[in-house]
Design a protein around this ligand. Structure first.
Ligand code: ACO
Length: 310
């Protein structure tokens, strides 16, 4: 039996920040943001809703959705670059609160590819029968490291959390193949500066993302022994609609076969793939037996992709 996702949950802050509101705060326009990125609005967490709060809410929903006893969770992995504090880790903070009293806990720092890193790490522990269930959370409160004076980055990001319980699923289903990678030489293109603000060379990240997302998607399809035509649905990291479209076209999929939440939530980094997956499953775009490809990239530089039978 393969490792697969057996429960999903998400948490999105209530407050919406629209492009029109950003127009009032900086020299930008709704038209520029929509055309260049596909983003129309994003969610921004209030001061008293920190990363651990969003993680906990998403995690509780995923555990409920999986219908498991939290005491059976063997490991908690929280992927984030915006923890409440460096330590204790977010996974330790939520461990007690969700009742996962028997779980080991650690955070993963792989930026927007963090959820892919988490799920693929979880798979190793499930496949080797070390743990029965692993909880993976992708969460970000990017608003707290956003430089609101910098229009190059401030318009791109949003806050949120998505969570998945990984366990064994029936034969033929679950994770069929995966790929993980990193290129530290590109770290200079996307990083947190001394003032704790996010800095980005958008052009370089864009080029890397278009190349890597397409390649990783193709690689996991091949590794799973499949053809492009076998893929039913693509869930790319929601960073920029133009990057997402390039991956979709590389796979030859029609528009309706690609997940799209970027217009509502912006780039929520590690949360973007699980948040999108929750909506695609809830709204029937991902159905039983569908072959889905999830692919993410981020600061580091990092990337990760998974082919999965739902
Ligand atoms: N509003 C209006 N104009 C703007 C804005 C804005 N918000 N931001 C930039 N511009 C202007 C620039 O100043 C520039 O003007 P100029 O030509 O007069 O100098 C012009 O728009 C073009 O700017 P570029 O940066 O060259 O535009 P580009 O085509 O590269 O698009 C973008 C910018 C959308 C940021 C793109 O580079 C991109 O999406 N890159 C990838 C970003 C990404 O995916 N990041 C992932 C982060 S993942 C993680 O780990 C957190």
């Amino acid at each position: 039996m393969n490792a697969g996702i057996i429960g999903l949950g998400r948490c999105l802050p209530e407050d919406i920040l629209t492009n029109f509101q950003l127009e009032q705060r900086m020299d930008t326009s709704d038209e520029w943001i929509r055309t260049m990125t596909g983003i129309e609005e994003r969610r921004i967490a209030k001061d008293d809703q920190d990363t651990s709060d969003m993680s906990r809410e998403a995690a509780k929903k995923a555990i409920e959705d999986a219908g498991i006893d939290p005491a059976e969770i063997g490991l908690i992995l929280v992927a984030t670059v915006t923890p409440d504090q460096p330590f204790p880790s977010m996974s330790c903070v939520i461990q007690q609160e969700i009742g996962a009293v028997n779980a080991a806990a650690m955070d993963i720092s792989a930026a927007c590819a963090g959820f892919m890193y988490g799920v693929i790490t979880a798979k190793q522990f499930i496949d080797s029968d070390v743990y029965k269930y692993v909880l993976v959370v992708g969460v970000e409160k990017l608003s707290k490291i956003t430089n609101w004076e910098d229009r190059n980055t401030a318009v791109l990001f949003g806050d949120g959390a998505g969570a998945a319980v990984i366990g064994k699923v029936s034969e033929g289903r679950g994770i069929l193949s995966f790929e993980l990678g990193a290129d530290g030489s590109g770290g200079k293109h996307l990083y947190q500066d001394e003032e704790d603000h996010l800095q980005m060379n958008g052009r370089e990240v864009f080029k890397f993302a278009v190349r890597q997302m397409g390649e990783s998607a193709i690689n996991v399809i091949k590794k799973a022994g499949l053809q492009k035509e076998d893929v039913d649905f693509l869930i790319p990291h929601q960073a920029n609609i133009r990057i997402m479209e390039a991956s979709r076209e590389r796979l030859g999929l029609p528009v309706e076969k690609m997940s799209k939440t970027i217009h509502k939530y912006g780039n929520t980094s590690a949360a973007s793939i699980p948040v999108s997956l929750v909506e695609d499953v809830e709204e029937g775009r991902v159905k039983d037996d569908d072959v889905i490809v999830m692919v993410g990239f981020g600061g580091g530089l990092t990337w990760g992709a998974i082919a999965m039978k739902w």
